[in-house]
Design a binder for this molecule. Structure first.
Ligand code: ZN
Length: 284
């Protein structure tokens, strides 16, 4: 199943994208894609409900804005430097265990919403990433059991301000949580749709030119390891998002470095998870 949300900002309604690509409004189901939906067997209940009701669901126009495909999660945990070549281009060592940081959930926007360069920023950068959506509360979960706690996957662009992230004192979170820095979607693909999350091509184009083009088979720490590892330090709740890190090809790694400016168009995608496009705008 592919879960979407659509409508104006803050008033999104839940929907489903069907196999033929058309989208239907499932508001009649009576639940949004919240922590209690994922944690309360919502995916199974929705699947059953659709079998009886799909034909009566209103179609969604292709012109409708897509929102993030879940309501605001309790947290968004990100893995840094999870591809060896990206660690090298960042001038950092390959980590011995996953590097973690938080991304402010207020940064989450729809997949095709504009990217706003933060006030005064000169080093706003892109990062295509596979993100995991948690389906079942996870605390001290083993690698072997990790997949039982995954609901599905979603495309994420982990926008990053390199001055705030690296040149200012302290933690990376300063450069990761600016408004619009976390476009999610177009949809959550439930895990049954993705045969092997550790072998997906992912790419990103800047103004039509391919700048990132890799595979999650190059992960240093794979999906099972990342879910298990994070759950040793905090409880992951249903609907939480884990972003698994970006491959080689970010602006920071160019010589000279290349950062986003108003008018740029960023397009990205992952096998089985669709594509998203953000237009870069100045902060006003
Ligand atoms: Zn990242």
């Amino acid at each position: 199943m592919k879960l979407i949300r659509f409508g104006t900002v803050g008033k999104e309604k839940p929907g489903v994208q069907l196999e033929n690509g058309s989208r239907i409004d499932i508001s009649e189901f009576g639940e949004d894609y919240t922590e209690s939906f994922f944690g309360g067997d919502g995916l199974d209940r929705l699947q059953n409900w659709l079998e009886a009701n799909e034909k009566n669901c209103p179609k969604i126009s292709d012109n409708e804005r897509l929102g993030p495909p879940m309501t605001r999660p309790s947290k968004m945990v990100c893995v840094g430097l999870n591809y060896a070549q990206h660690a090298a281009e960042s001038g950092m060592a390959v980590p011995k265990e996953p590097v973690l940081f938080f991304k402010a959930t207020s940064a989450i926007v729809g997949p095709n919403d504009d990217l706003i360069i933060p006030k005064g920023s000169e080093k706003t950068d892109w990062e295509v990433e596979l993100a995991i959506v948690i389906g079942k509360k996870a605390s001290y979960v083993s690698k072997e059991d990790a997949m039982h706690h995954v609901a599905g996957y979603v495309l994420h662009n982990d926008y990053s301000e390199r001055t705030y992230q690296i040149e200012k004192e302290g933690q990376w979170c300063k450069g990761k949580g600016c408004d619009t820095f976390a476009p999610l979607g177009p949809f959550i693909a439930t895990k049954d749709e993705i045969k092997d999350p550790n072998n997906l091509n992912l790419w990103l184009k800047l103004n039509g030119e391919t700048v990132q083009n890799s595979s999650t088979s190059d992960f240093i720490f794979n999906v099972e390891e990342v879910v298990s590892y994070i759950s040793q330090f905090m409880t992951l709740l249903p609907g939480d998002v884990i972003s698994t890190g970006t491959p080689f090809g970010v602006g920071l790694g160019f010589n000279p470095p290349k950062y986003l400016k108003p008018g740029d168009v960023v397009k990205l995608g992952i096998d089985g998870l669709g594509t998203s496009t953000q237009t870069v705008k100045a902060y006003i």
